[in-house]
Design a binder for this molecule. Structure first.
Ligand code: FES
Length: 158
């Protein structure tokens, strides 16, 4: 496997006079490109800045906004907020899990899908709801969830 090109991290680091003080912002930028904080990117940051990887990982795991696992091309976020919960979000999560065949937080082998449970998405009026990347889907049923995922699979296999 070819070594990954971390040129984008060099570019990010140039924006900050003191990357250690701006560590959260630096990590946000890295996640903005990669979708998560990979072990390799942390090692590269350590190499470039001298900030111990334990400190970087500490920050990345402390703040809920950082992901330490990759996301799929289609990132499914199933709302577990109160309104959705009352309206059966548990069943929605179970359906996503069954249809994709992966645990929460994982990515399908083809890299297409990942799924996770999240707090209120802000569209309670259409609960139970989920988002796939930037698109919200509401008034979900198990059938509806399965067909949304099927449709994406079909599109992708064309
Ligand atoms: S509780 Fe699910 S969108 Fe608000």
């Amino acid at each position: 496997m070819m070594a990954k090109d971390f040129g984008y991290i060099d570019t990010i680091l140039k924006k900050y006079n003191n990357p250690e003080e701006s560590l959260i912002a630096v990590l946000q930028d890295v996640q903005g490109v990669d979708g998560y904080i990979s072990r390799e990117s942390v090692e590269y940051l350590t190499e470039k800045t001298g900030i111990p990887s334990s400190r970087i990982m500490g920050v990345a795991s402390f703040y809920a906004g950082f992901r330490l696992k990759p996301v799929g091309k289609y990132r499914i976020m199933v709302c577990m907020g109160t309104a959705c919960h009352v309206n059966g979000s548990q069943r929605i999560g179970d359906t996503v899990k069954r249809v994709l065949g992966i645990e929460e937080g994982d990515v399908t082998e083809d890299g297409l899908f990942s799924w996770e449970e999240v707090a209120c998405l802000g569209c309670c009026s259409i609960s139970p709801a989920m988002m796939i990347n930037d698109t919200a889907y509401g008034n979900l049923t198990q059938e509806k969830v399965a067909s949304i995922i099927e449709k994406i699979r079909e599109e992708e296999s064309k």
